[in-house]
Design a protein around this ligand. Structure first.
Ligand SMILES: [Zn+2]
Length: 471
């Protein structure tokens, strides 16, 4: 059915078996190929996507990818297959997993005072990835199997996002000693800073943002210290490190780099969704009333979003009105526009979404909402067509398969329905559930070709599940 997704899943689980990776022996004696490094990252991502701290927000992750790709294009390995994602955690932190997977905590996104500051952290993490620091550290340890490496990679993540989970994860890995050694060394930090600075500058961001943000992070994390693992425990900083970067940027002439509107919108969306509904309404009303600080478009966006979430659709429409004209220019504005129109039962809604999804074909949040609307209108074929296009662009997005399954269910196509659910489950890390759904798909159809496809997928999924049990 969907070869792309299967390839995606296979890269994570199967090929490491095919290549005999679980029997690596003493990894410190061998080298890990870029392909194996990628597999480690993929495996870690299965765990992360299944974790409740993974921020399942297409808009915010799309934004991080957009900034991330712009930076990665100027790195030494633009084709590494980078994936950027947000972790819903107020601890100020960011991390780099093997193979180009880069996570950023919401706490760090919110504390950035400019897009260049956020980009400076991404550039630093990209440089850890292109310098293969995690792998270089892991191969320096006495680690006896690929399973341990995955456990350690996940422990790194856990340690960075959740102190309690990290304790358990580290016990399951190779003990706290390794965890401590896995925190980047000063040499690696300095390397990531220097290369990151170069990447930041080449990508058109403000290089002066890097030392400024490091300094502010140092102050902010000092306050957080003790409660959560901080950016500087996982990326040790010294005043020396900040001074080194400050010296380097001194020679670079200053020029103002404006933030994109999306940067401000992402921060507003995080604030609107992290506060309670009432608090968010008050917060943005006050901010707009002050007319002193911040970006007023983003504040208005935040207020309209908060009102909508608080069930005040008519007022949301009213507050949003001045932003209408931006709806054809920014996909996040268009998405909120559509949601407010829907809540107010606007008549031209299908036409609105048809145009908006044409304007912003890559913006998944718009497609989610459009498909929901098409489902309500029983326009299943249109919904399926849109979903199939989206799946080609984002084969690892479980929500697209969930929506696809609902279309098939409505059309009474049981086999296809179970098939789609199987993919959604697999991407959420529920492999046993995926196998069960493939079994159901097998029982619900008679087409020989379809059945043989399902049969071969079942075999592959079972192997994936077995590999999973091993660690
Ligand atoms: Zn670092």
């Amino acid at each position: 059915m969907n070869k792309l997704l299967l390839i995606f899943l296979s890269v994570g689980w199967l090929q490491c078996q095919a290549e005999g990776l679980p029997d690596l022996g003493d990894v410190s004696q061998s080298t890990i190929s870029p392909k194996q490094e990628r597999q480690l990252g993929e495996q870690s991502m299965f765990e992360i996507r299944a974790d409740k701290t993974y921020l399942d927000d297409g808009e915010i992750n799309d934004y991080l990818n957009q900034i991330g790709y712009r930076l990665a294009a100027n790195s030494s390995e633009p084709s590494l297959g980078f994936e950027f994602f947000a972790i819903n955690d107020n601890a100020i932190n960011a991390f780099s997993l093997p193979g180009g997977f880069i996570g950023v905590n919401t706490g760090l996104i919110l504390i950035a005072q400019s897009e260049s500051e956020l980009a400076s952290v991404l550039a630093h993490e990209i440089s850890h990835a292109t310098q293969h620091h995690v792998i270089r550290m892991i191969t320096g340890q006495k680690v006896d199997s690929i399973a341990s490496i995955v456990a350690i990679a996940v422990a790194i993540l856990a340690a960075r996002s959740n102190p309690e989970a990290s304790q358990a994860a580290i016990m399951g890995a190779q003990g706290g000693a390794i965890q401590r050694q896995l925190n980047f060394s000063r040499t690696y930090e300095q390397e990531a800073d220097r290369i990151g600075l170069d990447v930041l500058q080449k990508s058109g961001f403000d290089p002066h943002a890097m030392p400024a943000f490091l300094e502010r992070l140092q102050k902010a994390t000092r306050l957080q210290e003790g409660s959560t693992p901080s950016y500087f425990r996982t990326h040790p900083v010294t005043s020396e490190r900040i001074a080194d970067i400050a010296n380097r940027v001194q020679q670079i002439p200053f020029h103002l780099v404006a933030d994109s509107l999306s940067f401000n919108l992402v921060q507003a969306k995080l604030q609107a969704t992290q506060k309670s509904r009432k608090e968010a309404v008050t917060f943005f009303s006050d901010a707009l009333g002050d007319q002193k600080f911040g970006n007023q478009i983003a504040q208005r966006y935040g207020l309209a979003l908060a009102l909508l979430r608080n069930g005040q659709a008519a007022r949301a429409k009213q507050e949003f009105a001045p932003l209408h004209e931006l709806s054809t220019q920014n996909p996040m504005i268009a998405t909120l526009d559509g949601q407010i129109r829907q809540a107010n039962k606007s008549r031209d809604i299908i036409e609105f979404y048809r145009t908006a999804t044409q304007n912003f074909p890559q913006h998944r949040a718009l497609s989610y909402d459009y498909v929901e609307l098409l489902l309500q209108g029983k326009r299943y074929d249109e919904a399926l067509k849109l979903l199939n296009e989206q799946i080609i662009g984002s084969p690892s997005d479980p929500r697209l398969y969930e929506l696809q399954a609902r279309c098939y269910a409505a059309l009474d196509k049981r086999q296809e329905e179970h098939h789609s659910i199987a993919y959604a489950y697999a991407l959420h890390g529920n492999l046993n559930g995926a196998i069960e759904q493939l079994e159901l798909a097998k029982q619900s159809g008679s087409d020989y070709y379809e059945l043989s496809t399902i049969e071969s997928e079942l075999k592959e999924f079972r192997e994936i599940a077995e590999a999973h049990v091993k660690h």
